[in-house]
Design a binder for this molecule. Structure first.
Ligand code: PLP
Length: 446
């Protein structure tokens, strides 16, 4: 039972979260779930469940429960800020964060790595696309199955998104599809997305770049720990948003093997002002039109504390993910399709495909049982508002087919085995009346 003070505190945190995420998606809040020791507030919840419903149903299973470092874990870093009296503008915590991250990336490649923090992955994407030096209005290929930020970053960088199809197994854009689409459209760059944390082979993209002359950037917003930067010429951008495994609340990092890209992103993140005495332009003069996309020292402090806990939490996330998937497979047999390859190093969302009618039934069953669900990355990019232009839309039958059966289910470090059992029972019922096995790729109706 909640006392009134606890309820008030929860409500104000919920309001804060709602404000924070209003742009992203329809959101309903959740309260603490004291029976399982949950301390966080859910950011996302099922469509159709109003905020107050969560107050009434302590048995609700929220979609995501972020886990950020608590005040004790933050305190050594906050002490440093107090001593430094440096709060933004590439301060010491920001510097040491970039160095720590560069070392961890360098352990997975054979070239020096450069890391530049930004205020979000979205800004990291936009500024990196600027740095490619493409003529304004260049065409940039992007997969249909991604978060809208990949798309808006291209338009805001002054270019034209070319929405392309995905691979039926990996659910990712491939170099082969990008080659075909580039041949048809004259695209000058590709923004490939590590959807649901599944990594790209950066060496394959580097080979594509060398062969075609087409630039490649990877949006790995949710793939920290899974996506590495093995090719020096393919920059990769990660998100430090509260829902990600390396969470700072908000933030992003641009990681590349090309120091010129990172130096330019840094300059663009500071309005475009020249800070380099060697640049042939007085320092303090504007050399490019940038923005304010710097990471504050407070966010760097949270990212440091998050990094301290990353391996522990990644291991726990992996374990929950494995049990969850095995339990669902045991309940539903061959009626589920998973994104190919192994699970991400630190899963933060849980997405599975079933036949479209089963997915629709699952949503209804979950709603009635207070289990939150989400159609991640939907509508697909080509279905967004007509006035969001300019855009070139290629046929995307595979993305449409995959999306027609995709369902995002609850996932967090707090998910209990009882909750997994409840979700698996819902999935068993949703898929039970389905007559045949899910056909490989283009099964809309099953
Ligand atoms: C694929 C993808 N790209 C970009 C973003 C945006 O990241 P941020 O919230 O850090 O701007 C997200 C956020 O979840 C994402 O999933």
């Amino acid at each position: 039972m909640f006392n009134a003070r606890r309820k008030r505190a929860d409500t104000s945190r919920i309001e804060h979260m709602l404000t924070m995420k209003r742009q992203r998606a329809p959101i309903s809040p959740n309260h603490h779930l004291p029976q399982s020791g949950k301390q966080s507030v859910a950011l996302h919840a099922n469509r159709g469940l109003a905020g107050n419903d969560y107050m009434k149903h302590p048995s609700i299973i929220p979609l995501l429960v972020p886990q950020l470092p608590d005040r004790r874990a933050l305190s050594p870093y906050l002490d440093q800020i107090d001593q430094n009296r440096h709060y933004s503008n590439f301060g010491p915590l920001n510097q040491s964060l970039e160095n720590r991250l560069a070392s961890s990336f360098e352990a997975h490649c054979s070239h020096p790595i450069h890391v530049t923090t930004t205020s979000s992955a979205t800004m990291g994407l936009e500024l990196t696309l600027h740095c490619l030096g493409l003529p304004p209005g260049s065409k940039v290929i992007v997969p249909a199955l991604t978060f809208v930020a990949s798309f808006t970053a291209i338009i805001r960088a002054g270019h034209v998104p070319v929405i392309a199809d995905i691979d039926p197994e990996s659910w990712l854009l491939t170099p082969e599809t990008a080659s075909d689409v580039a041949a048809q459209t004259g695209a000058a760059a590709v923004l490939a997305v590590a959807a649901f944390g599944k990594p790209h082979d950066t060496k394959r993209w580097s080979a594509f770049r060398k062969k075609t002359g087409i630039e490649v950037v990877i949006d790995a917003a949710g793939a920290f720990g899974s996506q590495w930067v093995e090719a020096a010429d393919v920059p990769v951008i990660y998100s430090l948003h509260a829902t990600k495994s390396l969470a700072a609340g908000e933030g992003g990092i641009v990681v590349s093997g090309n120091p010129a890209i990172n130096a330019r992103v840094r300059q663009l993140s500071n309005f475009g002002i020249n800070l380099d005495p060697e640049a042939g332009l007085p320092t303090g003069h504007l050399s490019f039109v940038g923005s304010n996309a710097k990471l504050s020292e407070y966010h760097a402090a949270v990212a440091h504390a998050s990094l301290d806990q990353w391996h522990l939490h990644a291991g726990q996330r992996q374990k929950i993910y494995r049990t969850y998937r095995e339990t669902l497979d045991a309940a539903c047999g061959d009626k589920l399709q998973w994104q190919s390859g192994s699970a991400p190093a630190a899963p933060t969302i849980f997405c599975v495909r079933m036949a479209e009618p089963a997915r629709n039934r699952m949503e209804k069953i979950c709603q009635s049982r207070h289990i939150a669900t989400r159609r991640w990355y939907q509508p697909l990019l080509h279905k967004h508002a007509e006035q969001v232009t300019p855009t070139i839309k290629m046929p995307v039958p595979i993305a449409e087919s995959i999306a027609s059966g995709l369902i995002g289910l609850p996932f967090s470090l707090f998910l209990s085995s009882d909750e997994i059992t409840r979700i698996a029972e819902a999935a068993r019922q949703a898929t039970a009346t389905h007559r045949k096995q899910l056909s490989p790729h283009l099964d809309h109706h099953g």
